[in-house]
Design a protein around this ligand. Structure first.
Ligand SMILES: CC(C)(COP(=O)(O)OP(=O)(O)OC[C@H]1O[C@@H](n2cnc3c(N)ncnc32)[C@H](O)[C@@H]1OP(=O)(O)O)[C@@H](O)C(=O)NCCC(=O)NCCS
Length: 128
């Protein structure tokens, strides 16, 4: 189990894992985490593109440790690669249990987003 304090990084999203986010066994549902991470990556890519972006792929999703009800869920997202219209965003999620102050890495994945226009077709990223 890896841990990190991530003291100098700014999370994109911070949430609390609620009972409504569990699967039928009472554990936090992986699909909920995947969706929250998708929203985090989407926020970062929309800001970069200055317009609409969509998820085209999610690569290498790994769940390293469980998330418990009541955990604070902290999501970081960084653009690692830019193509003509696409961006690869590394999304790492940590769980903060109780008052320990220690973030435990619970999952990570590379999300690929594409900048699209009003017609839903790929649009080149603006030059920075
Ligand atoms: C995203 C979408 C517009 C791309 O259309 P497309 O016809 O595949 O476009 P292209 O083949 O020109 O590829 C566009 C870019 O996406 C990348 N790409 C396409 N499929 C990919 C995949 N499976 N994995 C990684 N990158 C991919 C291409 O490499 C290209 O990148 P670049 O411009 O930086 O070189 C289209 O696939 C789509 O609408 N998908 C559904 C998106 C969606 O609804 N997401 C939410 C799901 S609920």
């Amino acid at each position: 189990m890896s841990t990190s304090t991530n003291q100098n990084r700014k999370p994109v999203r911070i949430l609390t894992a609620m009972p409504s986010d569990t699967n039928p066994d009472g554990d936090i549902f992986g699909g909920w985490l995947l969706g929250q991470m998708d929203l985090a990556a989407g926020a970062v890519t929309k800001r970069r593109a200055g317009g609409r972006t969509v998820t085209v792929a999610v690569e290498g999703f790994k769940f390293m440790a469980p998330v418990k009800v009541g955990d604070e869920v902290v999501i970081y997202a960084d653009i690692k690669r830019e193509g003509t219209t696409s961006m690869s965003v590394m999304v790492c999620t940590y769980a903060l249990a109780g008052c320990t102050g220690v973030e435990t890495k619970v999952c990570e994945a590379m999300y690929v987003f594409v900048h699209i226009g009003d017609d839903g077709r790929p649009l080149p990223l603006p030059v920075t």
